[in-house]
Design a protein around this ligand. Structure first.
Ligand code: SAH
Ligand code: SF4
Ligand code: F3S
Length: 473
C-alpha cells in the first residue's frame, strides 16, 4: 500500500484548510492575508488565534491565495512527511511571489519553532518565521518584513496561553468549535517533537475557557472540543476563590453551561486520565462518550523505551475501567509501528492490545525519527522501512476489522445525532456525529431539521467509516 492510503486515515491533518472570517469589512484593511493549517487540532485552533490577532491589527482574511499580500502557513513537525508536505506547499507559493514581489510568506507553528533561522536558509522565499508562543508579535514582525528584513521570533514562553484572545472561527459550520485549554507538553515521550516545538505545559485561565465556551453557545454553537496535548493534566489555581481546578472540575463547569451544548475533549494520556473525569462523563449526558486514548504500542518493553510511563497492563486496566464506568463509551487510539528495536513479538502485542480494547478508530503511523528527540539521541532507528510499513498495514487491517465490528454492533440502535451539514454525497441527506464520535448519514425526509439540531437516528446499515440511519423522532 502506498503511504498516501494510510495518510487518508489521518484526518487529524487538516491539510490546506483556508478559511473565511465571520465578518469581513473589506475597505478598512491594510492588507489581506491567507492562512493554511497543517497538523493537529491545536494547530488549527492556533490559526484561529492568529487570524484574530491579525484581524484586530487591521489585516483582513481572504480565502483566495491570489488576493493575498501576506501568506501564512501554520506548520507541523510531528513526522518527516508532515514537514515535507509543507515544504512542497512553500514551493508553490514561489510562483505567487515571483508574480507579485510585494507578497510576504510566513511560516508559523511547530516547523518554525523546530528549524528557527535554518528555515530562512533552507527556504529562501520565507520572510517570517514565528513560533507558537510568539503570535502576539506578528503585527510588528510583518512591519519589519515589509522593510525587507527577515523577521524571526521563536521564543517559547512559560505562561502564554492567549487566554484573552477571542479566536475567529474559521471554515466553521457554526456548530462545532475547538477551545484550547492548555499549551505545551511536559511529557517526554522519546519519539515526540512536541515538547521541543511547543515548550512547557501551561494551563489556561479556567474563567476564560468557560467564558469562551458560553459565548460560543450563545452564538449558536452546539459542540465544543476542549483541546490540549494532555488534557488530564490541566491544572489551574483560581486566585479569586482560592481553589485548584483540575480537568474534571473544568469539564464539569463546561458541561453545566447548557444541556444542549455537547462537550468533547482530546487528547487523554493513559497515565493521567482519572476516575474523577470518568465520573463527570458518566454524570453529564452532554459530555460525549468517547475517549481518545493513544496507546502507541502494546508492548511494555517498547512503552518503556517510548517513555510513555505506563505498561501494557496499566493501559488495559484503564480501558477496563472506562468500560465499567461508561458502558456506551467508544475508545480510539494512536498507534506507532516500527519504533526502535520493535520485534515481531512486540508488534503482535500491539495487535492483541488493539483487539482487547476494540478501538472504534485509530490514527496509525509508522515511526518517523525526529531530530533532537530522546529517541533520536539514544536509540538507533533500526526497523527497516518495509517492515515498518508492513506492520502498519497489519495494524490498519486490524483496525478495519475492529471498526466493522463496532459498526455492526450499532445496527438497530438509536443515537442522538448533532446535525453538522449536508452529507457529502447528497443534499437530501444530513450528516452528523453520534456522542461516540461516529459519523452518521441519514435522509432528511419530511422532518424540519436544520444544521445544529439534534435528531434521533436509528442505525440500519454502515460502510467502513460511516453509519447509515433513519430519523425516528
Ligand atoms: N499528545 C498526544 C499525541 C500528540 S502527537 C498523546 O500523547 O497521545 C499525535 C500522534 O502522533 C501521537 O500520539 C503519535 O502516535 C504520533 N507520533 C508522534 N511522534 C511520532 C513520530 N516521531 N513518528 C510517528 N508517529 C508519531
Ligand atoms: Fe508528544 Fe508524549 Fe506530549 Fe503527546 S504526551 S505531545 S506524544 S510528548
Ligand atoms: Fe504537529 Fe505541532 Fe500539533 S508538531 S501535531 S502541529 S503540536
Amino acid at each position: 500500500m502506498e503511504l498516501t492510503d494510510t495518510d487518508k486515515i489521518h484526518n487529524e491533518v487538516r491539510q490546506g484548510e483556508a478559511y473565511s472570517p465571520e465578518s469581513e469589512v473589506k475597505s478598512v484593511y491594510k492588507k489581506y492575508f491567507y492562512i493554511e493549517s497543517y497538523g493537529c487540532a491545536m494547530n488549527f485552533a492556533d490559526t484561529e488565534i492568529v487570524a484574530s490577532i491579525l484581524n484586530s491589527n487591521g489585516y483582513g482574511a481572504t480565502k483566495n491565495l491570489e488576493d493575498a499580500e501576506l501568506i501564512f502557513v501554520n506548520t507541523c513537525s510531528i513526522r518527516e512527511k508532515a514537514e515535507a508536505t509543507v515544504r512542497k506547499r512553500l514551493t508553490e507559493f514561489r510562483k505567487l511571489k515571483e508574480a507579485n514581489k510585494g507578497v510576504l510568506v510566513g511560516v508559523l507553528g511547530c516547523m518554525a519553532e523546530r528549524l528557527k533561522n535554518k528555515l530562512l536558509e533552507e527556504e529562501k522565499l520565507v520572510d517570517l518565521v514565528i513560533g507558537p508562543d510568539s503570535y502576539r508579535s506578528l503585527p510588528s514582525l510583518i512591519q519589519q518584513a515589509e522593510t525587507g528584513q527577515k523577521a524571526v521570533n521563536v521564543l517559547l514562553s512559560r505562561d502564554e496561553t492567549y487566554s484573552d484572545i477571542s479566536p475567529i472561527r474559521l471554515d466553521s459550520n457554526g456548530v462545532c468549535a475547538f477551545v484550547s485549554i492548555m499549551r505545551g507538553c511536559n511529557n517526554m515521550c522519546s519519539f515526540c517533537v512536541v515538547p521541543f516545538t511547543r515548550g512547557r505545559e501551561r494551563s489556561r485561565d479556567a474563567h476564560s475557557i468557560i467564558a469562551e465556551s458560553k459565548d460560543l453557545f450563545d452564538r449558536g454553537f452546539k459542540e465544543i472540543t476542549l483541546l490540549g496535548q494532555n488534557v488530564d493534566s490541566y491544572y489551574w489555581y483560581d486566585e479569586e476563590n482560592g481553589t485548584n481546578i483540575t480537568f474534571a472540575d473544568l469539564l464539569e463547569s463546561v458541561a453545566q453551561i447548557d444541556k444542549e451544548l455537547r462537550i468533547r475533549f482530546s487528547t487523554s494520556h493513559p497515565k493521567d486520565i482519572t476516575d474523577e473525569v470518568l465520573f463527570v462523563m458518566a454524570k453529564y449526558d452532554n459530555v460525549c462518550k468517547h475517549i481518545h486514548l493513544p496507546i502507541q504500542s502494546g508492548s511494555t518493553r517498547l512503552l518503556q523505551l517510548m517513555n510513555r510511563t505506563y505498561s501494557r497492563e496499566w493501559y488495559l486496566a484503564k480501558v477496563d475501567r472506562i468500560k465499567e464506568l461508561l458502558p456506551t463509551c467508544t475508545i480510539t487510539a494512536d498507534i506507532i509501528t516500527g519504533f526502535c528495536t520493535e520485534t515481531e513479538e512486540d508488534h503482535q502485542e500491539t495487535l492483541s492490545a488493539m483487539e482487547y480494547c476494540g478501538y472504534d478508530m485509530s490514527y496509525m503511523y509508522f515511526y518517523s525519527e525526529r531530530p533532537g528527540t530522546l529517541a533520536a539521541k539514544r536509540f538507533e532507528d533500526d526497523v527497516p522501512l518495509d517492515v515498518k510499513k508492513r506492520r502498519l498495514q497489519e495494524v490498519v487491517d486490524m483496525q478495519g476489522v475492529l471498526s466493522a465490528k463496532g459498526n455492526h454492533k450499532d445496527l438497530g440502535k438509536t443515537f442522538k445525532i448533532l446535525i453538522e451539514g449536508n452529507s457529502k454525497k447528497s443534499d437530501l441527506d444530513w450528516s452528523g456525529r453520534s456522542e461516540q464520535n461516529k459519523s452518521v448519514v441519514f435522509a432528511k425526509g419530511n422532518f424540519n431539521f436544520k444544521i445544529g439540531d439534534y435528531a434521533m437516528v436509528k442505525i440500519k446499515d454502515y460502510t467502513r467509516a460511516t453509519l447509515i440511519g433513519e430519523i425516528v423522532n
